[in-house]
Design a protein around this ligand. Sequence first.
Ligand code: ADP
Length: 499
Amino acid sequence: MEFLTWLFASGDFTPHGYCYRWVQGLVWLHVVSDTLIFLAYMTIPFTLGYVVLRRKDLPFNWMFLCFGIFIVSCGLTHAMEVWNLWHAAYWLAGTLKAVTATASVGTAILLIQLVPQTLSLPSVSALHDANEALASQAKEVRASEARFRGILESAPDAMVIADAQGRIVLVNAETERLFGYRRDELVGQPVEILMPEQFREKHPQHRREYTAQPRRRSMDGLRGLRKDGTAVPLEIMLSPLESAEGILITATIRDITERKKSEELVKTVGELKRSNEELQQFAYFASHDLQEPLRMVSSYTQLLAKRYKGRLDADADEFIGYAVDGCNRMQRLIRDLLSFSRAGASGKAFQDISTENALNEGLKNLRTVIEESGAIVSHDLLPAITTDGTQLAQIFQNLVGNAIKYRSAAVPHVNVSATKNGGKEWIFSVRDNGMGIDPQYFERIFVLFQRLHGQKEFQGTGIGLAICKKIVEGLGGRIWVESQLGKGSTFYFALPERG
Ligand code: ADP
């Protein structure tokens, strides 16, 4: 207390005003100037303090504190100047100056030490450049992220990215489509949500093994579970992905429903082909091997008929007649069956042939029928094509033969012609003026053994058109009929142009 009283006391000293001889102008010049300096010095630390508080990231902010102390003490020395105009607290003024000196010297030393660090600070333009580089890097990162998303979204396969704990991190649009979930229903869920119940329990163990030794791996014959509870056959490719958050596992998932179906189809077609071949062989051998014993039965029944007709009773004659008839029918049937099993299997290479010649070849075997019926068989200009001539002759023989067989009361007129269909195929037609066919039977008549008439009306086996169909399809074509009951029929068959 005593010290403070002494410090603030003027003692015997004369105030500064005396030095200025109390010249009003001079005194006030000092008062005003020192006061303004004091006030200015007092505001500067506040401004600095405000800046330091707001910009906590400023480097060397303790320097601002030193400057603050230094400036405040400078300000106080000026305040003392004003005070000492009238009072003479020179000890106090001196003490303040000592404090100011200490603060200024300290600040000056610190400032010198700070020079290398300050010089190493990046300049504003360097910071600006670095900022620009960062901005362009960020743009690049955004662009590549957009590209990655684009690729992910447009991928034809479902893609599910999961973390090492098996939580779904990312899915694409195809995943939503395939499994029927929205992506927000999947992200964050365990991948097991997409698996049928029976695989879920073991899967975490498999996942751990995979993450312990991650590598590309493809798996087939798996099943997925859709949101609606239905299963879907899948092929899955796993690949590890290193990321900042640790290892991620990318599963590329392909729906193989269609592939499975076509595999099944190929299998069924193969089986059908095999059983078809077996049947064909069976039909061939059966009809072939039956021919011989049948010939024997037939010739002996004919012999019986010839030798004993009228020598036994009437019943015996009738029975022998049935037996002969039955034998003949069976022979026809077996002969036709044999040609059916042979049809389309000639194995001959295609040749350039005249279809007119093929027609004439077919008509040769119909000579008797044509003569007996008085049929008129005509044809238009027929082309030369590349095909199997023997088989084509057989088609003509069957179709023209039928056209005469199933005639109406009128004299049979049969016309054969051919037109080109758009440059891809030749369409042949065999038109007659016969009895015609009810449209409901258009398909049926091409099936083996299907007949529209009894034996009493017209003899036949129901094999002729089936043979035509088999041959035409074997040649890569198709066959069909157009007809009106009572007005005649036109049988068409199209053969591909092979030239
Ligand atoms: P089939 O002549 O031995 O009975 P097809 O397979 O040649 O055997 O003919 C099947 C059936 O189609 C015949 O029974 C007949 O009813 C009918 N059909 C075939 N061609 C003609 C035709 N040109 N006009 C009328 N009906 C026909």
